[in-house]
Design a protein around this ligand. Structure first.
Ligand code: SAM
Length: 347
């Protein structure tokens, strides 16, 4: 597969350091990928066949881009101006009445890029404002929330003087989240990010069961939204989760804890440092089979487990997700380390 204007037909973005994981996920779907020259960016081998994305999206890719050109420029103004000219020309005949994402990604590992990326972006906006001011005013610099197709402009620096540009992308929903000083752990950021992929978050009055809750980042996230939380962990809650009026802390084993008869939680949260199959069989399977929860966010630490083998298992029709869940997604979130997060609803 190859694209127009010297661009690859597809390009995938991921968390730097996880290119090999993404390459293996893509290879499992039949893609042949070139060795990654830029951290956080994976492209297909020239002439490799097109590859179909799994119905629920890639796990390790934060975006699949449909590149249309590779634009070069030997100065900040030349490069920013050339990208603006390309985009303004590409817009011909298109009505732009709504805000649109205009996202420049400076993937790590481009030598010497540093602050130049922001300067190129400024030069782009100055030129775009001169050419199509009304369209330029509707540009949004952040990735839109949620997962799925997006139309706008997605620019990725592939070298000091070159940018890969796409107007169409599939977005996995991964985003850097803002911390809250009252949150007792960095894990808080993971569940906040997961809501964007799930397309929902706990609401006032909803019931949440958080298995492996301590020190309480996920519990705090739900309670600050007004949900009532049963936090199950032998360890202590801290920070904003400690003594929160909406939190009941139970010092019990998460694998043994059962809801009261007839009790249905709106959300199951589970962030146990345990072998993933143990979590899937010992927690997710009974919770979905018995319909003890409506929605779930479960983090699986792949550690020494083969992450791609686990992904294939999860995507199989006879997996716990295939049999018992609906609308399930598996994502390597921006805030995940050697783990991924699965989100979905009970069938
Ligand atoms: C990664 S931490 C959870 C972090 C939490 N999500 C947060 O946001 O602060 C994992 C927790 O799982 C708990 N845990 C591990 N095995 C458990 C079990 N069988 N039952 C209950 N808690 C368990 C540990 O005590 C630990 O507090």
């Amino acid at each position: 597969m190859s694209g127009p204007d010297g661009a690859p037909a597809r390009a995938w973005l991921c968390r730097p350091g996880f290119e090999d994981m993404l390459a293996r996920e893509l290879a499992g779907a039949g893609a042949r990928v070139a060795s990654s020259a830029v951290a956080g960016l994976v492209v297909p081998e020239p002439g490799a066949p097109a590859v179909a994305m799994p119905a629920s999206g890639w796990a390790f890719a934060s975006a699949e881009l449909h590149p249309e050109a590779v634009i070069t420029g030997d100065s900040v103004n030349a490069l920013g101006g050339a990208v603006a000219d390309w985009f303004a020309d590409a817009l011909r005949g298109e009505q732009v009445a709504l805000p649109w994402p205009c996202v420049f990604s400076a993937v790590d590992g481009v030598p010497g890029l540093g602050r130049r990326a922001a300067a190129v972006e400024r030069a782009f906006h100055e030129k775009l404002s001169r050419r199509v001011g009304r369209v330029a005013r509707l540009a949004l610099p952040d990735l839109p929330a949620g997962t799925g197709p997006a139309h706008g402009m997605f620019a990725v620096f592939t070298a000091f003087d070159s940018v890969l540009v796409s107007r169409d992308a599939w977005l996995g929903g991964q985003r850097r989240m803002a911390d809250d000083p009252a949150a007792p752990s960095r894990s808080y950021l993971k569940v906040e990010e997961a809501y964007g992929v799930a397309g929902a978050a706990p609401e006032p009055g909803q019931l949440v069961c958080d298995l492996g809750a301590a020190p309480g980042g996920w519990t705090f996230s739900a309670a600050k939204r007004g949900a009532r939380v049963t936090a199950v962990d032998n360890g202590p809650l801290k920070g904003g989760a400690l003594d929160h009026a909406l939190v009941e802390h139970l010092q019990q084993d998460a694998f043994v804890f059962r809801p009261r008869a007839g009790q249905v939680y709106d959300w199951l949260f589970c962030d146990l440092v345990e072998e993933p199959h143990h979590v899937l069989r010992g927690v997710l399977e009974p919770w979905l089979a018995e319909r003890w929860c409506r929605r779930f966010v479960v983090n699986l630490k792949f550690g020494r487990t083969d992450a791609n083998a686990l992904l294939r298992e999860l995507r199989a029709g006879d997996s716990v997700l295939g049999r018992l869940a609906t609308g399930a997604s598996v994502r390597h979130l921006h805030h995940d380390r050697d783990e991924f997060t699965i989100m979905g609803a009970s069938r």
